[in-house]
Design a protein around this ligand. Structure first.
Ligand SMILES: *[C@@H]1O[C@H](CO)[C@@H](O)[C@H](O)[C@H]1NC(C)=O
Ligand SMILES: *[C@@H]1O[C@H](CO)[C@@H](O)[C@H](O)[C@H]1NC(C)=O
Ligand SMILES: *[C@@H]1O[C@H](CO)[C@@H](O)[C@H](O)[C@H]1NC(C)=O
Ligand SMILES: *[C@@H]1O[C@H](CO)[C@@H](O)[C@H](O)[C@H]1NC(C)=O
Ligand SMILES: *[C@@H]1O[C@H](CO)[C@@H](O)[C@H](O)[C@H]1NC(C)=O
Ligand SMILES: *[C@@H]1O[C@H](CO)[C@@H](O)[C@H](O)[C@H]1NC(C)=O
Ligand SMILES: *[C@@H]1O[C@H](CO)[C@@H](O)[C@H](O)[C@H]1NC(C)=O
Length: 567
């Protein structure tokens, strides 16, 4: 009696616990919109209306441009009157995003995301803003009809009488449909953005980028990251910051997926600058570049001789870029827990098409802004995983990619400083030489083609673990790693590092005076010190470049997903 009841209970419990099977991964292809943003296919309503949406982690709502939006040009508009499933709600939310803003009404509607094999992932009962108007710089134009908000809405947001909470977004609704699920996880596998800093309120595309419209710019690995795309043992997780009270956006749009990373270093020719304080970063593919407080962006560009600040921007009115020599050698390394992720000039320096080049590291013109945004170009150099649990704090994982990590490190060593400005044929020639040396002749052509392809997106990443590969090398961020005195500025200790390597550049006397000889390589070899005259130190000679610096063209790979094939 007793025991049969117990076993019944146990089996009930067992079947309850087994009821939720973690979902299989869905691959959601991202194409490039004619205006330069990543976009995906979204269907709305039980009588399906299809749209291209772009994506952002800065907002938690889904937004679609409605029929009434006169400023929303050259794109399909959502028609509420044709939808039997839409239910109007009260509220007139006004939202700002980047340099734009929009306002609209609220509805509940059923949506679905289209996946790469033609199936779809339904997300019904979604609270949606139907935009009735938008200002310049807003996304709803040039084939983009909506915005998939990947923010969590975990911090309730108030905007114009509408109070949104977790259950209004994708994740809250997912947990309502799947009460036994505990995590919602997705991975972002992006290619670089063709957008360059420009003058107008629309995004400016780099030369050659026009032909990339509809090209594949990556995949959203939905419900599960793609374990084959990154090195699972090297994921560095960061919890999102739950109570940021100041930043770069008004209260109602503060990104709720903002994480704190551990600082950055930039190597400009043979000069180095770094910020060793934690930095608050919003990782958002909505933005193409890398954005930082003005003083810190200036620090990097001051060290590039011949650089000149310009109004040109990818968030017009909010950030500024710099014109830089096209042969600038620049590496930007972000420290995330035990790992460094480095992006070099092949991503950081873009051509304007008139013989001049721009940096995609931009500074916020509002000097009170203390935060960073790492956009598509940065994300394209690693793999980013977002986890939004049912309860508890969301987290963002950063991992080196798998496929290309070995290849890219090898390639980087050989052609890293060369491939950028040289034609692809020459690059292939170098690869050929290299690969033949490595006796990989049998698969040479296949490999060379693959690596050439990979190199375009990944060769600039050299993530590695402090101390693991080279135990003798100091962690420059560790306490007591050779700092003689605390930084001069409490806010952002601006650390001048210099490199008195085996072949010091001739203009480097002052560095040699204070520096001890050190082994080759960056940044392990760097002798660090503080300089009262930052400019003098950092502006000292820029070592001769090798003529690189070009942004390699992204292949105009036409993928299977097109608007017309979506039904
Ligand atoms: C697409 O992939 C999903 C998940 O892998 C699968 O369940 C579905 O049956 C596939 N659909 C088609 C049309 O192949
Ligand atoms: C949208 O329209 C409302 C009035 O309906 C106006 O107050 C608001 O400023 C407009 N917003 C934009 C971004 O144009
Ligand atoms: C729809 O979402 C709301 C929360 O926004 C929730 O209260 C309601 O139960 C949901 N309805 C269904 C049918 O899931
Ligand atoms: C998912 O949730 C479980 C239980 O809360 C946790 O142990 C696990 O680490 C989570 N997975 C991810 C990818 O965060
Ligand atoms: C942007 O403006 C600057 C000066 O304001 C000008 O030199 C440059 O040519 C302009 N670029 C484009 C693409 O219009
Ligand atoms: C956010 O709101 C708080 C109080 O509601 C206010 O003190 C703070 O200044 C606001 N911050 C911004 C950036 O608007
Ligand atoms: C999506 O964008 C492409 C242009 O890149 C366009 O041809 C297509 O019609 C759009 N699809 C929808 C459903 O808006």
């Amino acid at each position: 009696m007793f025991s049969s009841k117990t076993s019944l209970l146990l089996s009930l419990c067992a079947s309850y616990a087994a009821a939720f099977t973690p979902p299989a991964r869905l691959d959601i292809p991202l194409l490039l919109s004619p205006g330069g943003r990543p976009m995906m296919g979204v269907g709305m309503s039980t009588q399906t209306q299809n749209f291209n949406f772009t994506l952002t982690t800065s907002l938690g709502y889904t937004v679609v441009a409605g029929k009434g939006c006169q400023e929303c040009s050259n794109t399909n508009l959502y028609d509420l009157s044709l939808s039997p499933s839409a239910k109007s709600l009260s509220g007139k939310p006004a939202v700002s995003l980047g340099d734009g803003g929009f306002q609209g009404s609220l509805i509940k509607e059923n949506c679905k995301l289209y996946t790469s094999n033609g199936s779809s992932w339904p997300y019904p009962n979604q609270t949606i803003i139907v935009a009735d108007n938008q200002s310049q710089g807003s996304p709803f134009t040039q084939s983009i009809s909506g915005l998939l908000g990947l923010g969590t809405l975990k911090n309730p947001t108030d905007s114009a009488g509408f109070s949104a909470s977790f259950d209004d977004g994708l994740y809250g609704q997912y947990y309502i449909r799947n009460p036994d699920a505990s995590n919602f996880t997705f991975g972002l596998d992006l290619k670089p953005s063709p957008v360059i800093p420009g003058n107008g309120s629309d995004l400016t595309l780099g030369p050659n980028a026009k032909s990339l419209a509809d090209g594949n710019v990556g995949t959203l690995h939905w419900l599960q990251p793609d374990q084959s795309a990154y090195q699972a043992d090297k994921v560095q997780w960061k919890s999102v910051q739950t109570s940021i009270t100041s930043g770069y956006l008004a209260n109602n749009t503060q990104p709720d997926l903002t994480v704190q990373l551990d600082g950055w270093a930039a190597k400009i020719g043979s000069n180095n600058v770094a910020v060793t304080d934690p930095i608050l970063v919003n990782v958002d593919p909505y933005y193409p570049g890398i954005y930082m407080p003005m003083s810190e962006a200036r620090l990097i560009h001051d060290a590039i001789s011949g650089s000149q600040q310009t109004q040109q921007s990818t968030i017009p009115g909010q950030t500024n870029s710099w014109i830089v020599p096209c042969d600038t050698q620049l590496q930007f390394t972000v420290v995330i827990s035990q790992q460094r992720f480095t992006v070099d000039q092949s991503v950081l320096i873009v051509h304007q098409g008139d013989g001049t080049c721009l940096s995609i590291i931009e500074g916020f013109t509002d000097s009170s802004v203390t935060q960073y945004i790492f956009g598509q170009n940065f994300i394209s150099q690693l793999y980013v995983i977002f986890n939004i649990p049912k309860s508890g704090i969301s987290s963002v994982g950063f991992a080196p990619r798998t496929v290309s990590s070995t290849a890219s490190r090898d390639i980087g060593a050989i052609v890293g400083g060369t491939v950028g400005g040289v034609a692809g044929v020459v690059a292939l020639g170098l690869l050929a030489f290299y690969l033949i040396r490595r006796r990989q002749d049998n698969t040479f052509f296949k490999r060379a083609a693959e690596i050439e392809e990979e190199h375009k997106v990944a060769s600039t990443v050299e993530p590695y673990t402090f101390g693991a590969a080279s135990p003798s090398l100091p962690n420059p961020y560790a306490a007591g790693a050779g700092y003689a005195s605390p930084p001069a500025s409490a806010h952002a200790p601006l650390l001048g590092m210099h490199d008195a390597g085996a072949a010091p550049p001739p203009t480097y006397e002052e560095a040699s005076e204070s520096g001890l000889p050190s082994p080759r390589g960056y940044p392990r070899d760097a002798k660090m010190g503080y300089y009262t005259d930052r400019r003098e130190t950092m502006m000292s000679g820029v070592a001769g470049g090798s003529g690189s610096g070009g942004s390699p063209p992204v292949s105009p790979d036409r993928s299977a997903f097109t608007g017309s094939s979506i039904v």
